[in-house]
Design a protein around this ligand. Structure first.
Ligand code: NAP
Ligand code: MG
Length: 329
């Protein structure tokens, strides 16, 4: 694995270009402000009536409507939600892309799954910070950066990789280190991680543990503490020092119990299920399901959200968190 740092990136490659950041949310505000403070000519593109127009202006940025921003810019970074990127691209961006422009993304979904089909005479690159936008911004302000991925999908200019590295430098990434990947790898691993582990696996593990205790007659409040609340402590330790450091920090009983019994919970069946998730991601079965779900205005998505909100664990949690003055409302 090769890492790229400040010395490997030439900021001039972006300084001599005009950059439009489309969208001013989590990533958009961080990219726009960091680039501006790196001395780059940047505007924010938003749709008419968007409340973020005032926010961006108040932060000292120039705001244009999407189509004007795309027409003005040499580099267009797409930072609107992935589910509306195709619509924004078709209506506002594509008609204003010129040969030699650069189309940039922070996540590969729409390119990898052939939703956005860019013209062949532009560079298509990715600069994906491995953190929420607020940390991208804060680290930059402190003179540091967060690790980032770059990828090249289309290299019309012959300089796409150097431009991606220069952009990453402009938002602070080369201070921490930049890794090269592909749109395929970034998209498929990102989807797999959120489904199997981060968002899907962990929540179901919590719910299954909680329900096992409650169904056996233990108090839901006690089950909540044991199966959900204390997770933060464990995750913080893993985040700081890895799995071994976490095990070093808990009791020997917890360490032995975890090492010996964990694999009995995540056994063959779970591993097969993970393999199936990965296959559905690789064959675009999941992408197709998600695109169709959005086109149908999310009936299943809304039902799943509602069912979770009605779950006992959410009720118990609300009451218990009320006892914790340090948790923000
Ligand atoms: P976000 O916080 O939801 O922000 C989206 C922005 O786009 C908002 O300012 C939104 O305004 C605006 N917007 C909505 N409709 C628009 C339109 N028609 N034209 C122009 N702007 C419009 O999104 P995000 O989380 O930053 O995600 C942006 C991209 O970064 C995605 O590709 C995502 O996968 C990627 N990414 C995100 C993270 C992360 O941690 N968040 C990390 C890495 C990569 P309103 O709020 O008013 O609708
Ligand atoms: Mg918003």
């Amino acid at each position: 694995m090769q890492l790229y740092y400040d010395k490997d990136a030439n900021l001039e490659l972006v300084k001599n270009k005009k950059v439009a950041i489309i969208g001013y949310g989590s990533q958009g505000h961080a990219h726009a402000l960091n680039l501006k403070e790196s001395g780059i000519d940047v505007v924010v593109g938003l749709n008419a009536g968007n409340e973020d127009i005032e926010k961006a202006k108040a932060a000292g940025l120039t705001v244009m409507l999407n189509e004007k921003a795309a027409e003005w810019a040499d580099i267009v970074m797409m930072l609107v939600p992935d589910t509306i990127q195709l619509m924004v691209f078709e209506n506002d961006i594509k008609p204003n892309l010129k040969a030699g422009n650069v189309l940039a993304f922070a996540h590969g979904f729409n390119i990898h799954y052939n939703q956005i089909i860019p013209p062949t005479d532009v560079d298509v690159i990715m600069i994906a910070p491995k953190s929420p936008g607020h940390l991208v911004r804060r680290q930059y302000q402190e003179g540091r950066g967060v690790p980032m991925l770059i990828a090249i999908y289309q290299n019309a200019s012959g300089k796409a990789k150097d431009i991606a590295l220069a952009y990453a430098k402009g938002i602070g990434g080369t201070k921490a280190g930049v890794i090269e990947t592909t749109f395929k790898e970034e998209t498929e691993t990102d989807l797999f991680g959120e489904q199997a582990v981060l968002c899907g696996g962990v929540t179901e593990l919590i719910r299954a543990g909680f329900n096992t205790l409650v169904n056996a007659g233990y108090q839901p409040e006690i089950a909540y503490f044991e199966c959900l609340h204390e997770l933060k402590l464990i995750v913080d330790l893993i985040y700081e020092g890895g799995l071994s450091w976490m095990y070093y920090s808990v009791s020997d009983t917890a360490e032995y119990g975890g090492l010996a019994k964990g694999p009995k919970v995540i056994g063959e069946e779970s591993k097969k299920a993970m393999q199936k998730l990965l296959e559905d991601i690789q064959t675009a079965a999941f992408a197709t399901e998600w695109i169709n779900e959005n086109q149908a205005r999310g009936p299943k998505f809304k039902a799943l959200r509602r069912l979770l909100q009605e779950d006992l664990i959410e009720d118990v949690g609300k009451k218990l968190r009320g006892m914790m003055s340090w948790i923000k409302k």
